[in-house]
Design a protein around this ligand. Structure first.
Ligand code: F0G
Length: 443
């Protein structure tokens, strides 16, 4: 195998390197990893990517992830050789990322007060969330290193996606979920795709610790977003958004914040594109936390011990993070939001997320459950489907616009991360005429 791609520790003062074929989620000193590429992809590939949209039944051109395969070629294959692509690249028949691109949603634009805003429904992926972008690449790596069993913790969407790809690749799959805290549609997918569900008493953070412990004992290959190969696939969310803007960077890219895999992958894709000369402006990332699960908001904005947590050129104040986690543990503070997808108190990618925020001059805000529900309902009124956690995006944009942070003529891309998988949420919302965009039934 060529040594064009390799793994590298993200801590600049550590910087340990490993071959692509190593199976690890951190360096031996406990820092997260990046996938790095030695060569610089030529901008003429923009043309190639565009042409592949006319895919002529080549599933690797049809896939919204593998269409950009030269920018995530960690298998180091001849990307124009269809036999090599078929041998190495895992795809759900080209379905991942195929339908997701930014759409103008006029009612949402009017509500948030930004006309140059587009929302990208990543829920229109085969398992119904953005996770498929990264799962297709994580499972590709798993296949490259001959893995027969994958494992994850999940608030529901990761497990659905992992189970779906595992079923398709004939791999076993164990999913650790917080009992009673996962949308029924997501849990149903895990069962339906043949995964072994392991219910944990506690929240997502507890489930993640349990699954990582199990993986450490040889219990499977971790496909959570701490796996750097997940992050590679999720970069394509940004590629599709930028391609739709003719690679003219927007002013803002907005995500809901949970474990911060998306924030990390957005940051990595922008760092690479900027370094490679594909874009000459860096969009600002805005992360939207739920008020009930707002660790990043709290630490980034100096709401704990008065210190603003920053990447700080690779020297973040990790003591501050530890102290805040200890504070939550000793005071019994648990994440609590009806948007269970982002009910996370200890974002596993926080350090990478901080790097992304620093590179993009990003910001972090928070919204309430009712603001998220309004955002979700309004996306529905434009004929698009999203889940409550994704409703954080229009809600956050509205808040930031009303505060004058996002300007009315800014260009904004918002990522709607998942489809509705708990029908009781919109039904309850619309039955209550008190809700802002309720569409109550008649009797
Ligand atoms: N939106 C949805 C719909 C999600 O499912 C998640 C995360 C997020 C946002 C947060 O994204 O972690 O990249 O910041 N869901 C994970 C799961 C935790 O297990 O399905 P992030």
């Amino acid at each position: 195998m060529l040594s064009e791609a390799f793994q590298k520790c993200i801590d600049p003062s550590c910087g340990l390197e490993y071959p692509v074929t190593d199976i690890r989620i951190e360096c031996e000193r406990g820092h997260l990893l990046d996938i790095k590429y030695k060569s610089k992809p030529q901008t003429s590939l923009k043309e190639v990517f565009y042409k592949r949209r006319n895919h002529a039944n080549n599933i690797f051109n049809e896939s919204g992830v593998w269409r950009f395969r030269e920018l995530l070629n960690f298998c180091q294959i001849d990307t124009e050789n269809i036999d090599e692509c078929s041998r190495y690249l895992v795809s759900l028949d080209g379905a991942e990322g195929r339908l997701s691109k930014p759409y103008h949603m006029s009612k949402v634009s009017d509500y948030v007060g930004v006309q140059n805003m587009r929302l990208q429904p990543e829920g229109y992926n085969p398992s119904g969330s953005f996770k498929d972008n990264g799962m297709t690449t994580a499972v590709t790596h798993a296949k490259l290193v001959n893995i027969k069993k994958i494992i994850c913790a999940s608030t529901g969407n990761t497990s659905a996606s992992a189970a779906m790809y595992a079923a398709n690749e004939n791999m076993e799959c164990d999913v650790y979920i917080p009992a009673g805290e996962v949308a029924p549609g997501k849990l149903g997918q895990a069962f339906q795709f043949g995964a072994q569900v392991i219910e944990i008493k506690g929240n997502f953070d507890d489930a993640l610790s349990a699954s990582l412990k199990q993986a450490g004992k040889g219990g499977g290959y971790t496909v959570n977003s701490v796996n750097p190969f997940r992050i590679e696939g999720q970069k394509t969310i940004v590629f599709r958004a930028l391609e739709s803007l003719d690679w003219e960077a927007p002013d803002w890219i907005v995500y809901p914040g949970g474990a911060l895999g998306n924030t990390s992958s957005c940051g990595k894709s922008l760092m690479e594109l900027y370094e490679w000369g594909w874009i000459n402006k860096i969009p600002r990332i805005a992360v939207v936390n739920s008020e009930g699960a707002n660790t990043l908001y709290t630490l980034f904005n100096g709401k704990f011990e008065g210190k603003e947590l920053r990447w700080n050129k690779g020297k973040p104040d990790t003591e501050l993070i530890k102290n805040y986690y200890k504070f939550m543990d000793t005071n019994g503070i648990k994440p609590k939001t009806k948007a269970t997808a982002i009910q996370i108190a200890k974002p596993a990618n926080i350090i990478k997320g901080l790097r992304a925020l620093e590179f993009t001059n990003g910001i972090v805000t928070q919204v309430s459950d009712s603001e998220m529900l309004d955002g979700m309902a309004l996306v529905g009124l434009n004929g698009f489907d999203c889940e409550m956690a994704s409703g954080a995006v229009p809600a956050g944009i509205k808040k930031l616009t009303s505060e004058g942070v996002i300007k009315k003529d800014d260009t904004v891309i918002g990522i709607l991360t998942g489809r509705q998988k708990d029908s009781s949420i919109p039904v309850d919302y619309h039955k209550n005429p008190q809700n802002r965009f309720a569409n109550p039934p008649k009797s």
